[in-house]
Ligand binder design. Structure first.
Ligand code: ZN
Ligand code: FE
Length: 255
């Protein structure tokens, strides 16, 4: 059986996730922006926390951990590369490692760019990838530590996952991302309809996370550096994909 996955809104626009493996009874929490909503979700589901995965060191992804562990001891997993600035880790991992949550095996992917040491974890049997602030719904994380080339390499690894993979990203930034996406790719009909669906979801207070990789490939401008229409709009027909990505990222920073 695949994971049962719950999306938990935290703070103003963050997400934590609980992934439950019913066969073993193990439950993984991905990022802890805030303690109370995660505690409440554990109580409502009756799931017993066994593991916590920290995707990167930013406070809005780790700051609820201490109080969560005080209530529910669990094995904490994070990037070895970031062990010096993450809360104490029980399991330190890197690119190519496999983590096991009960019967669920997750492959660790280095997705540096937003930070250096940011990891994503792909659980193929559940068609799920936890991407936090690397690949986001219609966007990607701002480049605080890494270079555009690094982020482009990271995004390409995610782009090669199966298209039916469900992308669990870390923030509800999708409406703002949609406005920017339309500014660089205004005639993309899939983007226009997705943008309408996003507006409708937000009006009803529904999350726009998770999304599918197929949707992102069709509409997320940060994954579409090879697209001829976007390239001609940016007058970058002869540039590399990495250069086109870097230009799109730069424009988003100023949007
Ligand atoms: Zn972050
Ligand atoms: Fe964040």
């Amino acid at each position: 059986m695949p994971f049962e996955i719950l999306t938990i809104p935290c703070l103003a626009d963050n997400y934590a996730f609980l992934a439950h493996d019913a066969d073993s009874g193990k439950t993984l929490c991905v990022d802890v922006p805030e303690t109370a909503p995660v505690l409440q979700a554990l109580e409502q589901t009756g799931w017993t926390l066994s593991h916590v995965l920290l995707t990167h060191h930013h406070a809005d992804h780790v700051q609820g951990l201490r109080d969560l562990l005080a209530a529910h001891p669990a094995t904490v997993i994070g990037a070895a590369a970031d062990a010096h600035r993450l809360p104490p880790l029980d399991i330190a991992v890197g690119e190519g490692d496999t983590i096991e949550i009960g019967h669920q095996a997750g492959h660790v992917i280095d997705v540096s760019g937003h930070t250096v040491g940011h990891i994503a974890v792909h659980f193929p049997a559940s068609h799920a990838v936890f991407t936090a602030d690397s690949l986001m719904a219609l966007g990607c994380g701002r480049l605080f530590e890494g270079t555009a080339d690094q982020m482009w390499d990271s995004l390409q690894k995610l782009m090669h996952l199966p298209p039916d993979t469900i992308v669990y990203s870390g923030h509800e930034y999708t409406s703002a991302n949609a406005k920017f996406a339309l500014s660089v790719d205004p005639d993309n009909s899939a983007l226009i309809s997705r943008s309408k669906a996003i507006d409708a979801a937000r009006e009803q207070g529904r999350p726009t996370v998770p999304s599918t990789l197929a949707e992102e490939l069709a509409t997320n401008p940060f994954l579409r550096a090879e697209d001829p229409t976007i390239r001609s709009r940016l007058a970058m027909q002869d540039e590399t994909d990495a250069a086109v990505f870097a230009e799109i990222r730069k424009r988003k920073d100023k949007f």
